[in-house]
Design a protein around this ligand. Structure first.
Ligand code: AMP
Ligand code: ZN
Length: 469
């Protein structure tokens, strides 16, 4: 079975041909840790997690590297404005290092709550300053850089195929746009910073010595340096959100290919944006966005959001709505109930995975078709419902599908909500029990049971369930 990926570079679906047979080296751009990641960012990570899991399902040995941007990402893509980390520090009255630590930890918590697999290498940019300086030196030696008053810049006119990822029209667009925003010292509007100097009047919290003077790396440098360090000068697949095509990934390619003369990444996978219906873009810099922790606050399992994302192919724009999340939450409850039923039916009978079965092949085909998770989920639903397939076989398949979908398929369905007045009766009864008022406690038990709520006292507190029928 050939695994196919839509490659932004060639604008078509291609058969994935890894550099080393049976292996896949993947680099995914990680978060800029000056604020919480929003659920739009999380759509990208969930999609990338889907790619890793789909490749593993097909037997590939995957090595995934993800960076943590903790320096150098400026407010404007034109290499001007404040460093987002220093901005975050000022906003919260903390140091840039504290901000980085706090938001990296917050990110990892959210990331794990969505059942995304930990990358094999997670690398903060500030740990790779030396590698970035070496890359800058290599570019300098080859004549790709020049110095202006605020830093060392990459001369994009020196690379004949500059902008190939976004297309020629894009590079022309930058030239046009130059009239609006232009650093007069730059040789070409698309040129970008390799190293920026600390401004003489400001005392930066994050700065390093370099052969060119004190300062900090240009934002794109970290991904080139770390991807090549951990995955080699040419890598298999590079991922990120669609916003990265035009500037960030275009410039990563320029720096890496300029320095090595080799193709940087053979495949480029980009996730379309999650957008907000009314306000359009979800913007991290404005501070007005939904985070993963908004989900439990609204009573949703974060995995309902994962399921919501998996239901739309990663190359389609996804318009966020709470109705959609609600529908996904119900759908996930249904799928979990189905999986549990299959497990119960299978009992203790031995279950082995039938890799020749049509449903298994259909599931694998969907994944190999540019990670078509919506189609794979449809196969999962159909198979679990199909009583003609022996329950033990369905169970084995569900277990294999769980490795890919990571929806906690066998988790007991979420406990139903109890109306507020009944919940209050339970609390009242717990208080009565604490006070050893057994009479009142029994009365309250009866009152609850009359209204269809059955109580069980356990060492961990009161459990309840609804009497059925
Ligand atoms: P950032 O922390 O802003 O550097 O972004 C982290 C990742 O999220 C990058 O891969 C972005 O391309 C991606 N991203 C940003 N906004 C969205 C969005 N609304 N939908 C999907 N992915 C996004
Ligand atoms: Zn990057």
């Amino acid at each position: 079975m050939n695994f196919r990926i839509y490659n932004t570079l060639t604008r078509q679906k291609e058969i994935f041909k890894p550099l080393r047979e049976g292996e896949a080296g993947i680099y995914t751009c990680g978060p800029t840790v000056y604020h919480y990641a929003h659920i739009g960012n999380m759509r990208s990570y969930i999609a990338e997690d889907g790619l890793v899991r789909a490749l593993r399902f097909h037997g590939f040995k995957v090595k995934r590297v993800m960076n943590i941007t903790d320096v150098g990402h400026l407010v404007s893509d034109a290499d001007t404005g404040e460093d987002k980390m220093e901005q975050g520090a000022r906003r919260e009255g903390k140091t840039a290092w504290e901000i980085a630590k706090f938001y990296t930890e917050a990110f990892m918590k959210d990331y794990k709550s969505l059942n995304c697999l930990m990358p094999d290498v997670l690398c903060p940019a500030t740990d790779y300053i030396k590698e970035m300086i070496e890359l800058g030196r290599a570019l300098e030696t080859k004549g790709f850089t020049y110095r202006i008053s605020d830093g060392i810049y990459f001369d994009t006119s020196k690379l004949p195929d500059y902008g190939k990822l976004a297309g020629k029209a894009h590079v022309e667009g930058i030239k046009e746009g130059a009239r609006v925003e232009f650093n007069a010292e730059k040789r070409n509007p698309a040129d970008f910073a390799v190293w920026k100097f600390s401004a003489p009047e400001e005392k930066r919290q994050m700065e390093w010595d370099s052969p060119w003077g004190k300062g900090f790396p240009g934002w794109h440098m970290e991904c080139s340096a770390m991807a090549m360090k951990h995955l080699g000068e040419t890598i298999d697949i590079h991922c990120g959100g669609e916003d990265h095509v035009a500037v960030h990934h275009t410039n990563e390619i320029a720096q890496s290919e300029g320095a090595t003369g080799k193709t940087f990444s053979n495949y480029w996978m980009h996730v379309r944006f999650l957008i907000m219906g009314d306000s359009g873009k979800m913007s991290k810099s404005s501070g007005d966005f939904l985070t993963t922790s908004t989900l439990p606050e609204k009573g949703y399992d974060p995995l309902a959001y994962r399921y919501y994302c998996l239901l739309t192919h990663y190359r389609k724009q996804l318009e966020f709505s709470w109705e959609g999340v609600e529908a996904a939450a119900r759908g996930l409850d249904g799928l979990r109930a189905l999986a549990s039923k299959v497990k119960e039916e299978a009992g203790t009978a031995p279950h082995s995975l039938d890799r020749e079965a049509a449903y298994y092949k259909a599931f694998g085909d969907a994944l190999a078709d540019d990670v078509n998770l919506p189609a794979a989920l449809a196969v999962l639903w159909e198979t679990l419902k199909d009583n003609a397939i022996p329950a033990p076989s369905r169970l084995a398949f569900a277990l294999a599908a769980e490795e890919v979908t990571a929806l906690d398929l066998f988790r007991a369905p979420a406990q139903e909500e109890l109306p507020r007045d009944l919940a209050a009766l339970i609390t009242e009864r717990e208080t009565a029990r604490k006070n050893k008022d057994w009479k009142k406690s029994d009365e309250l038990r009866k009152a609850l049971s009359d209204r269809g709520v059955l109580i069980e006292d356990t060492p961990k507190g009161t459990k309840w369930k609804l009497a059925r029928g």
